[in-house]
Design a protein around this ligand. Structure first.
Ligand SMILES: Cc1ncc(COP(=O)(O)O)c(C=O)c1O
Length: 437
C-alpha cells in the first residue's frame, strides 16, 4: 500500500501551520483539503505529519514528469549555483528552450516567447494578435478560463473569477461553448446550433464592431468541468477564423506536454493554431510559460514592447528544457494515452454502478467526473463532490477541490509518471469513496 494516513486529517503539525496560514495569508485562494504538503516524489505526496497520499492533482496539472524528478532537481540545483536571472539579456538556456519549443511544434510555429505564468502567456498572445492585425476585438467562450489578470479575465467566461473586481477590458465577445451533458440551448447533439459556427456568425452580425483580431479557446474547458467539445468542433472553428483572417489562439496552458495523450492537444485535432499558449507542464513545477507562434505575427512586436522581469530566466528555462527532454524520452504522452484507457474503463464501470456519477469525460490523464443527485434530473451535487474529496483524502488520495459551473465535478490529473499500481490504488480509493455516498 502506498497511501498511508496515520493521523486525523488535519494532523497536529498540519493544524499548527494551517492556523499560521489563516492568521497571515488572505483567504482568496481555493479551499483545498486541510493537509499541509511537506515533500513529494513521483506521484506520492507526504504531509508534515508523515502521512502519504497518492497524488491525483499534479499540483494543478503542473508536475507532469512527477514531483522532484532527480534530473529536474539536478538541473535546478546546477543552474541556481550558476545564474538565476538576467532579465532580457540572452542566456543559452532561454535560446535553447525557444529552439526546442519550435522544434517540437509544427513548422509554421517558428517563434517561442518565454514568460512566467499562464495568464501572462494569454495576455501576450492577445497583445501579439492585436498588434499584428491592427484590430482589437477578441472572441472567446462562455465557461472559458484563461487566468486571473485583467485581459485573461476578460477573455474568460466564468463569473466567479470576475465577480467584485469591477469592469474588465472591453472588446471581448463571448460565444456559447458546446457542453453536451448540459446543453446551454437544450438541443440534441445531432441538431445543436452550438455544434456549428452559427454562434460565431451571430457575434459578427450583432455585437462585433467589425474589428476582430483573434479568437481564443481552450481545447477542452478545464475549470468549467473538463468540458470536451464534439469531435471536429475545434477544426471547424479554426477554419472559420482562417477564412476571416482572425488569429486562432489555442490556450494549451493546461492541456499540453502529454496531459491529454499527445504532446499538444491540437495534434489530435488535425490543425495547427496560429498562436499557442503554454504553461503548467512546460516547467513541471518551476514557474514558466510560453507563447509559440507564427513569426508573421510574433515579429509584429517591436523591441522593448513586451517582456517581463523573470520571463525566460535561466533557472526556469533550464528546468523546462530538462522537463521537456524527460517528457519526450520517457514518452509520457504515450504513457498518458495507455493509462488513460485504463482510467476510462474503470470510471465507466464506476459510472454504471453509482447512481450519482452522471458523466465521465476526459482523455489521457485528465478526467472530469460530474456528480449529480439523480441521473435523470441531472441536478448538480456539489455536496457529493466535497464528500468524495474529503473521504478520499482520509484514505490517502489527494484530489483537488471540485471544479465546474456548479462545483460538482471531480478532477483527476495524476503526474504522467504515476506507476500502474499507484494509479490502481488511487482509483480503488476513489471508487470506495463514490460508492459509499
Ligand atoms: C487553460 C488555462 N489558461 C490559463 C491559466 C492561467 O495560468 P496561471 O495560473 O499560471 O496564470 C490556467 C490555469 O489554470 C488554465 O488552466
Amino acid at each position: 500500500m502506498i497511501a498511508n494516513v496515520r493521523t486525523e486529517i488535519p494532523g497536529p503539525r498540519s493544524q499548527e501551520i494551517l492556523e499560521m496560514s489563516r492568521q497571515f495569508e488572505p483567504r482568496c485562494m481555493s479551499e483545498q483539503v486541510p493537509v499541509v504538503w511537506d515533500h513529494a516524489n513521483g506521484a506520492v505526496v507526504t504531509d508534515v505529519d508523515g502521512n502519504t497520499f497518492i497524488d491525483f492533482t499534479s499540483g494543478v496539472l503542473v508536475t507532469n514528469i512527477g514531483h522532484s524528478h532527480p534530473e529536474h532537481v539536478a538541473a535546478v540545483q546546477a543552474q541556481a549555483a550558476e545564474l538565476m536571472n538576467s532579465y532580457d539579456f540572452v542566456t543559452p538556456w532561454r535560446a535553447k528552450l525557444a529552439k526546442k519549443l519550435v522544434e517540437i511544434t509544427p513548422p509554421s510555429l517558428d517563434r517561442a516567447f518565454i514568460l512566467t505564468t499562464g495568464a501572462e502567456a494569454v495576455e501576450a498572445a492577445i497583445k501579439i494578435a492585436r498588434k499584428a492585425t491592427g484590430r482589437h476585438e477578441v472572441i472567446s467562450f462562455h465557461g472559458g478560463f484563461h487566468g486571473r489578470t485583467f485581459g485573461a479575465m476578460a477573455a474568460g467566461g466564468r463569473t466567479g473569477v470576475k465577480r467584485g473586481f469591477g469592469p474588465v477590458l472591453p472588446g471581448f465577445l463571448h460565444a456559447p461553448f458546446p457542453y453536451c451533458y448540459r446543453c446551454p440551448v437544450g438541443a440534441e447533439p445531432a441538431n445543436c446550433p452550438l455544434h456549428t459556427t452559427q454562434p460565431l456568425d451571430t457575434l459578427l452580425d450583432t455585437v462585433s464592431c467589425g474589428d476582430v483580431a483573434a479568437l481564443i479557446t481552450e481545447p477542452y474547458q478545464g475549470g468549467s468541468g473538463s468540458i470536451i467539445p464534439p469531435p471536429g468542433w475545434l477544426k471547424m472553428v479554426f477554419d472559420w477564423c482562417q477564412e476571416r483572417d482572425i488569429v486562432f489562439i489555442l490556450d494549451e496552458v493546461q492541456s499540453s506536454f502529454g496531459r491529454t495523450g499527445s504532446l499538444f492537444a491540437f495534434e489530435q485535432e488535425g490543425f495547427v493554431p496560429n498562436l499557442v499558449c503554454l504553461g503548467k507542464g512546460i516547467g513541471s513545477g518551476v514557474p514558466i510559460s510560453a507563447v509559440v507562434g507564427e513569426s508573421r505575427l510574433m515579429d509584429a512586436l517591436e523591441p522593448g514592447s513586451l517582456s517581463s522581469t523573470c520571463g525566460g530566466n535561466p533557472l526556469c528555462s533550464r528546468a523546462a528544457l530538462t522537463a521537456i527532454e524527460i517528457t519526450l524520452r520517457e514518452d509520457l504522452a504515450g504513457r498518458a494515452r495507455t493509462l488513460g484507457s485504463l482510467v476510462q474503463s474503470r470510471l465507466e464501470s464506476l459510472a454504471a454502478e453509482s447512481p450519482y456519477l452522471g458523466d465521465v469525460r476526459g482523455s489521457g490523464l485528465v478526467w472530469g467526473l460530474e456528480l449529480v443527485e439523480c441521473k435523470k434530473s441531472k441536478v448538480p451535487a456539489p455536496q457529493h463532490a466535497r464528500a468524495v474529496i474529503d473521504a478520499a483524502c482520509k484514505q490517502g488520495l489527494m484530489m483537488i477541490a471540485p471544479i465546474g459551473y456548479h462545483g460538482n465535478v471531480l478532477r483527476l490529473a495524476p503526474p504522467l509518471v504515476i506507476e500502474d499500481e499507484c494509479l490502481e490504488e488511487g482509483l480503488d480509493i476513489l471508487e470506495r469513496a463514490i460508492l459509499s455516498l
